[in-house]
Design a binder for this molecule. Structure first.
Ligand code: ADP
Ligand code: MG
Length: 683
């Protein structure tokens, strides 16, 4: 027996390993098992090269849990090690790499992906003693046993192994009891070792017999050595991809479609990405893509490796070329990683293009589900926008789909306004905005459906991309104003008459948190008598603030502002005007007669002072004007009171406003009840 001291500079490296990354202690098993895999693969390579001439035999890697002895052992039939190799690979190299690794990452645990590099020594995170019993594949090799009790001291002696290969025995320490639980080990194996390329057995298969579980002779193999992504796409059918998806995400609905990645230059990358079917916005989940390195699971947070929008996809990526033991910020600037990310983006775009070209019907059918990924991609990745804008779709209220180009052609003639701006009309809710959609259609306009989670951002983005174009929601103004063409129609009411009707209508507006502004428009007689609209800009800002906060968030706190648009040409409005004339003229004239001389008086004074600067006007004149204004205001207020009183008592005014509120889905509760009652009375 020889005794030795592992060559270290820091005596306390073992306690550090133990404490290192508490939550990630489970990776010890991945490290030990992947060493067993490496050793097995090396042997296969040697056999292929003719350097190993013996029988390969059963290469299954066996993991055994012994609760009584408190050990976990991992046995392989790989290359094994000679005592010189143990000295070199375990005592010197592995140890110094573990040391380097710790020196680098001691304070940055959270910034790491995977923890490759810690390797064999990660076993000391959970063990008080580790034994290696090994025998090299080389002819006449002697079995060697290495034992280390978690201090820099180790022992090497003759081993008892008769077959080729290595057994690593971990004596689990008392703080790591959780790893002596069979289901815990099974869980870890499933997570990290599920797709490793050599069969791995964890115990024996069991069967229920006479009410109890009996162990069978057959190994319980926990892994799939040839996962789907390692196979050639030509050999696979759609069912295979569907089945693999089901296997990875048993709870998810069937995916929309998949993309099989297979690159070997300028980097190695294989994998299968799936577009998941998302039932609701709550379903959107990141971190569903699993990242592997030569079939060893590394992580399921791929941020930094694939573009942000693709983190919404599902599936697996496998690349030995992604540096795994580095920080995320390094990863993002790594040129290999950038290439990989760019490549994946392009592949996704190519696949979409292929489906669009070959089967547009299918593409349209899936569009509503696909849209969220595509819009996210187009907004966040300039390149993706360019790759996909030729076959990205817009849907109209009739459920027809158009490419951007097709749609522009469709609306160009009819929806270009007098400033040569192309106006895209859209609705966010076909039911609630039904009346406005109808009005637009009656004009021969087309209306897009933009009711998706990201549509608001997407619209903003498209406006920056499209030539001289503007998006407006159908209900943000009366139709003639949405797409202004020639000069507007004559009004049947004079400005003064309109001004008189303003308080009449104002008197009946709801007194909720929102603010309303009454305006008059000369619409056609057949248009609605009263309409309620919300300015596109303001509404968009408010909607944005609801989705995403940021600089928009202050808009969210502002009250809703609506325009109450009264159609100055509608017969019912004219009738209200006539009634007002009949009922109010006498009182109004009374005030008008009082206001008139005051007005004239004011005009005289102003005329006399015309052209003078403010400090040249005599104080007496200023006081006089102020006094006149005050008096006039008094009469004007009283005059307005008359109009408001008339309005308040007028059932038709209230009815018209309620109808407008109702068609915006803004008439609720008690008001709605009163409306119904009043409607019956009016009939
Ligand atoms: P890495 O696997 O990155 O080389 P490790 O610390 O995991 O680092 O292992 C160090 C070395 O120890 C390996 O490179 C290998 O030479 C040797 N080794 C570890 N486990 C085995 C094994 N089961 N069979 C043969 N050699 C092994
Ligand atoms: Mg290793």
């Amino acid at each position: 027996m020889t005794k030795g001291k592992i060559d270290v500079t820091t005596e306390n490296i073992f306690p550090i390993i133990k404490k290192f990354l508490y939550s990630d202690h489970e990776i010890f098993l991945r490290e030990i098992v992947s060493n067993a895999i490496d050793a097995t693969q090396k042997l296969k390579t040697l056999a292929n090269m003719g350097e190993f001439k013996g029988e390969l035999g059963d290469l299954t890697i066996r993991i055994r849990l012994d609760k009584k002895k408190k050990t976990i052992s991992v046995t392989d039939s790989g290359v094994g090690m000679t005592s010189d190799e143990i000295e070199k690979y375990i005592n010197q190299i592995a140890f110094s790499s573990a040391e380097d690794f710790l020196a680098k990452y001691k304070n940055k645990e959270s910034s790491m992906i995977g923890h490759f590099g810690l390797g064999f020594y990660s076993s000391f995170m959970v063990s008080e003693k580790v034994e290696i019993i090994t025998r090299s594949y080389m002819k006449d090799a002697q079995s060697v046993q290495w034992t280390c009790k978690g201090s820099p001291d180790y022992e090497i002696e003759e081993g008892k192994r008769t077959e080729r290969g290595t057994e690593v025995i971990l004596h689990i320490d008392k703080d790591s009891g959780e790893f002596l639980d069979e289901s815990r080990i099974r869980e870890i194996l499933r997570k990290y070792c599920r797709f490793l390329p050599v069969p791995i057995a964890f115990g024996k298969k069991t069967e229920w017999k006479d009410g109890k579980s009996v162990e069978l002779d057959e190994d319980d193999i926990i892994n799939e050595t040839q996962p789907l992504w390692t196979k050639k796409p030509v050999d696979l059918k759609d069912e295979d991809y569907q089945a693999f998806y089901k296997d990875l995400y048993p709870m998810s609905e069937a995916p929309l479609f998949n993309i099989h990645l297979n690159v070997d230059y300028p980097f190695n990358l294989t994998g299968i990405l799936y577009f998941p079917k998302i039932k609701s916005n709550f379903d959107i989940q990141k971190n569903k893509i699993q990242l592997y390195c030569n079939q060893v699971f590394v992580t399921d947070s791929v941020e930094g490796i694939v573009p942000e929008f693709l983190t919404l996809l599902h599936g697996v990526l496998d690349s030995p070329d992604i540096p795994l033991n580095v920080s995320r910020s390094y990863l993002q600037s790594d040129s290999n990683v950038k290439k990989i990310s760019g490549h994946i983006t392009k592949k996704v775009a190519d696949r979409l293009n292929e489906i669009f070209k070959n089967d547009r019907e299918q593409f349209e059918k899936k569009w509503d589900d696909l849209k969220i990924f595509i819009e996210y991609g187009m907004i966040s990745e300039e390149k993706f926008y360019d790759q996909i804008s030729k076959f990205s779709l817009l849907k109209n209220t009739e459920g027809k789909y158009f490419t951007f180009e097709e749609y522009e052609k469709l609306i160009k003639e009819n929806q270009t306004d007098r400033n040569k701006t192309l106006v895209y009309l859209y609705t966010t809710n076909m039911e609630e905005q039904f009346g406005y959609i109808e009005a637009a259609k009656n004009k021969g306009y087309d209306v897009l459906v933009m009711d998706g989670y990201l549509d608001l951002h997407f619209i903003n983005h498209l406006e920056t991309k499209f030539n001289k174009s503007h998006f407006v929601r159908v209900d943000s103004d009366v139709i003639d104003n949405l797409i202004q063409k020639e000069e507007s129609r004559e009004s049947k009411l004079t400005v003064d008459q309109q001004n008189d009707l303003k308080p009449v209508f104002s008197s009946q507006l709801p007194e909720t948190g929102a603010s309303y502004n009454v305006t008059f428009e000369s619409l056609s007689e057949t248009d609605q008598p009263v309409l309620i609209t919300q300015m596109e800009f303001m509404r968009r800002m408010k909607d944005m603030s609801q989705i995403g906060g940021g600089p928009m968030s202050f808009y969210g706190d502002m009250p809703n502002q609506y325009n109450v648009v009264v159609n100055a040409n509608h017969p019912l409005v004219l009738r209200i005007h006539d009634e007002k004339e009949k009922k109010c003229t006498r009182s109004l004239v009374k005030y008008d007669e009082k206001i008139k001389p005051l007005q004239e008086n004011k005009a005289e004074i102003e005329k006399a002072n015309k052209g003078k600067k403010d400090d040249e006007i005599q104080q007496a004149d200023k006081d006089r004007i102020e006094d006149l204004d005050k008096k006039m205001k008094e009469f004007k207020d009283k005059r307005e009171q008359v109009l408001r009183k008339f309005g308040k008592e007028n059932k038709v005014v209230r009815q018209l406003i309620d109808i407008a509120l109702l068609s915006n889905n803004m008439l609720k509760g008690e008001d709605l009840g009163r409306f119904v009652k009043r409607s019956i009375e009016l009939l």
